[in-house]
Design a protein around this ligand. Structure first.
Ligand code: MSP
Length: 652
């Protein structure tokens, strides 16, 4: 029996200060698959989230003088904001720091411990902090560094609990043999088999060297190893142990989509954990390739980290999504280039799709006062269009089911091109001049509008904001869910009245200095600068101002505000324009902090606002309030903040 539910997950992301386009890639792919399964009428649960524990986070928080949860809260707010901007339709966002997850981890550990699959021993090993992994001497790379990330390892000694992975080696081999589709693509399956053939070691699953993690229920000195903790998010997200109806509906997971470097954790450790727990296996783990920038791996020091928020601001979420999905072959590494993004957007979105809609709707308005009416005067070329429409839908389903996303997109665009060609072949402007061809013209217009209706459904997993716009211009009510069942020829009713709107995608023009002009707005290319060298600040204190009375001070109304949007003020080096939520209201505040804070880093940040300051105009923008910040007069500035306080709270 085929199931009508679909459960898809992305990896849960490490809270990183630098959100980059690579982060957006995996989530965009998962989103397109989730949306596709919804168009099939399936009940979809799409989970993403954050992997927040571990020594690395604990150290970073300490460096910044905040608690680990304060440190991660801000970053997670940025992640959530990015997913919203990118139109990601996740059903839940799981954070491993949440109570609901701690419970699942602790219950699981206890269960496996009670079964006798966990034991304690003294352990000395070489530990890679960024990867949170122990390595044996023989596993290190040629420089004696971590074989995964090639950074130095540290010698660590601790008493640890171990999970008896080795006990399940034979079970794993037979499971993989019996389920050839479990690991995909096939090349990654072979890699994993070769890895396990070298012998499975028991896995060290607890740590005592830090405490930012889930406490081990049977030994409170220990916290759970991050991977053991993190993988269980896939069960927590669908209420394992707390809501059987929900869990049984969505488990086993239909697909864990992960990057190629973490296939090993998902296809060896994870199935063995589940098997030890007596939980059914997920259906599939797919290891996608990596995104590189202009042929080079992204890194902060190279300054080639592409910020997805800036990119969305400039080109829109659809263009980014479309580029990632169309340009990259899911199983292989793919290249991101700004030039290629611009070329793709102009060619496929602005020209092919945008023009088809624009031409069609304009002609229906011009020739038929906007009303669609199939007069039934068909010619051979119509049959060709209709046959291709049906074949496109069929191939689309086959390709998407097979996770051939870019092939599916190519198929849809071949149909879009065919429809554009149909306009040239039928030459409606010639038909319009001949009264005897009036009925034929009506049929031609119907066929074009009907093609666009089907196209709107097919593109909805990839460029979700386009489909409602196409429907609206076609005069159709936007459904809550676009359904493939409705992508059958003839669904458009006669009498439908189209309504021309703005172009779907404005053309991107490129100025001589390399900046872009989109819809009349100019954008400088935004790539993050290489990490600057740190300099010792020299501080000279300013004299304290003359005394004021408490009454005077009390007139100042200071409030906690939460930044919900931020952008650089055009032509200003210093100013950021912020939207700040203060209790129920949202205000525009212009602040001279642009040299110190990137707009993206401001999102979700709590700030202190002088809330009753008279409005002032800065670079033509009215600013309603001011942010408090500490400055040493030597080029350093830090905003005052109030983490974990509700916006609107009074500061005294
Ligand atoms: N926290 C673990 C996953 C735990 S899942 C139980 C982790 N996090 S991560 O933030 O480092 O990576 C999350 C995902 O982002 C991975 O699938 C990784 O492959 C993906 N990407 C990060 N950078 C990437 C590119 N440049 N390109 C494509 N995806 C990459 O691993």
């Amino acid at each position: 029996m085929t199931r009508n539910s679909y459960y898809i997950t992305t990896p849960i992301y490490y809270p990183s200060d630098n959100l980059h386009i690579g982060h957006a890639y995996c989530t965009t792919v998962a989103d397109s698959l989730a949306r596709f399964h919804r168009t099939k009428g399936e009940d979809v649960f799409f989970l993403t989230g954050s992997d927040e524990h571990g020594l690395k986070i604990q150290r970073k928080a300490k460096e910044k003088g905040v608690t680990p949860i304060e440190y991660v809260d801000k970053i997670i707010a940025n992640f959530k904001f990015l997913w919203k901007q990118l139109n990601i339709s996740n059903n839940d966002f799981i954070r491993t720091s949440e109570e609901r997850h701690h419970k699942v981890v602790q219950d699981t550990l206890q269960k496996i411990y009670d079964k006798g699959d966990i034991y304690k021993k003294n352990y000395e090993g070489l530990y890679c902090v960024p990867c949170e992994s122990y390595w044996l001497e023989r596993q290190l790379d040629e420089n004696g560094c971590c074989p995964d990330c090639h950074r130095p390892v540290e010698k660590m000694q601790e008493e640890s609990y171990f999970f008896k992975m080795s006990k399940y080696e034979e079970w794993w081999m037979s499971f993989i043999e019996e389920n050839p589709d479990f690991i995909q693509p096939a090349s990654r399956r072979n890699e994993m088999i070769n890895f396990v053939k070298q012998g499975l070691e028991d896995l060290c699953i607890t740590r005592t060297t830090f405490d930012w993690g889930v406490p081990v229920p049977f030994d409170s000195k220990h916290v759970v190893y991050v991977w053991f903790d993190a993988l269980l998010n896939y069960l927590t997200g669908i209420k394992y142990g707390s809501d059987d109806a929900m869990f049984n509906k969505f488990w086993p997971a239909s697909l864990h989509l992960v990057g190629k470097e973490i296939v090993r954790f998902h296809t060896i450790i994870w199935p063995i954990m589940l098997h030890a727990m007596g939980v059914e296996m997920p259906e599939k783990v797919y290891g996608h390739g990596w995104l590189v920038v202009d042929g080079d791996k992204m890194s902060k020091s190279k300054g080639n980290v592409i910020d997805p928020l800036a990119l969305i601001d400039e080109f829109g979420a659809d263009a980014i999504r479309y580029f990632l999905l169309r340009e990259i072959n899911l199983g292989s590494d793919g290249n991101f280039s700004r030039d290629a993004l611009i070329t793709r957007t102009n060619a496929d979105l602005a020209n092919d799709l945008g023009n088809l809609l624009h031409r069609t709707v304009s002609m229906i308005e011009k020739y038929h006062k906007g009303v669609v009416n199939d007069a039934g005067v068909s010619e051979a070329v119509d049959d060709e269009l209709k046959t291709l429409a049906a074949a496109t839908v069929e191939n689309f389903i086959k390709d998407m089911d097979g996770m051939e996303i870019n092939t599916a997109i190519k198929g849809v665009w071949a149909f879009i091109s065919r429809a554009n060609k149909y306009i040239d072949e039928t030459a409606p402007w010639v038909l319009a001049k001949n009264p005897e061809k009036a009925a034929r013209l009506e049929t031609v217009m119907y066929n074009l509008a009907e093609s666009l209706r089907i196209i709107a459904i097919l593109v909805s997993p990839f460029i979700p904001s386009a489909s409602p716009k196409i429907y609206t211009q076609l005069g159709l009510a936007v459904p809550e869910q676009f359904l493939l069942a409705e992508a059958k020829w003839g669904g458009l009713a006669n009498g439908t009245k189209v309504a021309k709107g703005d172009p779907l995608y404005p053309r991107i023009e490129i100025a001589e200095d390399g900046s872009t002009i989109i819809g009349g707005k100019k954008y400088e290319p935004k790539v993050s600068a290489p990490a600057p060298a740190q300099e010792e600040p020299k501080f000279a204190m300013e004299p304290i101002k003359e005394e004021i009375t408490f009454d005077v001070f009390e007139k100042m109304d200071l409030r906690v505000g939460k930044v919900i949007a931020a952008e650089k003020v055009k032509k200003s080096k210093k100013l950021l324009k912020l939207q700040v939520e203060i209790g129920p209201e949202v205000r525009t505040i212009v602040s001279g902090i642009s040299q110190y804070y990137e707009p993206e880093a401001m999102i979700g940040k709590n700030v202190i606002v002088v809330a009753n300051l008279a409005p002032a105009k800065l670079m033509g923008i009215e600013s309603f309030g001011m942010l408090l910040a500490a400055s040493d007069g030597q080029g350093n500035l830090v905003l005052a903040d109030a983490p974990n306080m509700p916006s609107g709270a009074r500061v005294k």
